[in-house]
Design a protein around this ligand. Structure first.
Ligand SMILES: NC(=O)c1ccc[n+]([C@@H]2O[C@H](COP(=O)([O-])OP(=O)(O)OC[C@H]3O[C@@H](n4cnc5c(N)ncnc54)[C@H](OP(=O)(O)O)[C@@H]3O)[C@@H](O)[C@H]2O)c1
Length: 259
């Protein structure tokens, strides 16, 4: 008799938030190549249309909404077409950092946007799709945390705080989903080249390019491969956390200010 709890899931439906760029777009491409169907979400309809055309008819359901808008999330994900309802994998990837200023000089609006997107947006999407996974006793929630959720660096303040929330929420989900068969993995990348820093620096592409110059940063495809590996593990294996950095990045000293 086949023990299905020991079989790797393959070829189901994966819902990816923030599929219009970076990790999300790379993950959509990777899972399509591996035979999955993709629900691709983001705020930029034009990017979603291009991606859907690239992934092919029937392989991609593009859904345009802002994860911060709880009603819009529920309207889109709570009313999926029948053929797209049984989501196997949710990749909670939509997120952003804004600014690198010290806390006493940061914009309060930027802080609010990060909390609303990285925390509340992730909660809106998770709450919309999790009940179905529990009902089917099958599913995998992949959350995009960051090394910044564990290690502080100057200017990460609220961004790091949101990713610490994501890490702890992932653990909490594991506890709540005990016995349901639904898996949870928190992916915690270090420096990775995407549109992330352009967004962080308010559209300053030159400043972002300088950050990545010569750094051999992680590529979105590396994160897509990491996610694909976690999902490809047999159903009885739950990878709780994956911390992944470019080889070029490591840890610094803890500075001491002397009077
Ligand atoms: N790059 C890094 O160094 C790094 C390291 C660790 C963790 N991360 C995390 O990894 C995730 C993906 O980052 P990335 O590097 O791929 O960044 P990216 O290239 O800037 O992509 C971010 C994606 O999030 C979407 N998004 C942002 N705000 C949204 C909102 N309010 N509603 C819906 N979608 C929204 C964007 O789509 P639209 O603009 O079309 O809405 C875009 O598709 C983020 O959670 C980020 O914090 C990144």
């Amino acid at each position: 008799m086949t023990d299905t709890t020991r079989t790797a899931p393959h070829g189901g439906i994966v819902c990816i938030t923030g599929a219009t760029a970076g990790f999300g777009a790379a993950t959509a491409r990777r899972f399509t190549a591996d035979g999955w169907r993709i629900i691709a979400t983001g705020r930029r309809q034009d990017r979603l249309d291009v991606l859907a055309a690239e992934l092919g008819d029937g392989n991609c359901l593009p859904l345009c909404f802002d994860v911060r808008d709880a009603d819009a999330v529920q309207a889109a994900l709570g009313n999926l077409p029948e053929a797209w309802r049984a989501v196997d994998v949710l990749v909670n990837n939509a997120g952003l950092a804004l600014g690198l200023e010290p806390a006493h000089r940061c914009s309060l609006d930027d802080w609010t946007t990060m909390v609303d997107t990285n925390i509340k947006g992730l909660l809106h999407v998770t709450r919309a799709l999790l009940p179905g996974m529990v009902e089917r006793r099958r599913g995998h929630v992949i959350n995009l945390g960051s090394i910044t959720g564990t290690y502080a660096y100057p200017g990460a303040n609220v961004y790091g705080g949101t990713k610490a929330f994501v890490m702890q929420f992932s653990r909490g989900l594991r506890a709540d989903l005990h016995g349901t068969g639904v898996r949870v993995t928190n992916i915690e990348p270090g420096l990775a080249e995407s549109e992330f820093s352009v967004v962080r620096f308010g559209g300053d592409a030159d400043r972002a390019a300088r950050l990545y110059e010569g750094a051999s940063a992680l590529r979105p495809e590396d994160i897509a491969a990491t996610i694909a590996w976690a999902v490809s593990c047999p159903a009885h294996v739950n990878v709780n956390r994956i911390e992944v950095m470019p080889t070029s990045q490591s840890f610094g000293a803890l500075p001491v200010h002397r009077a």
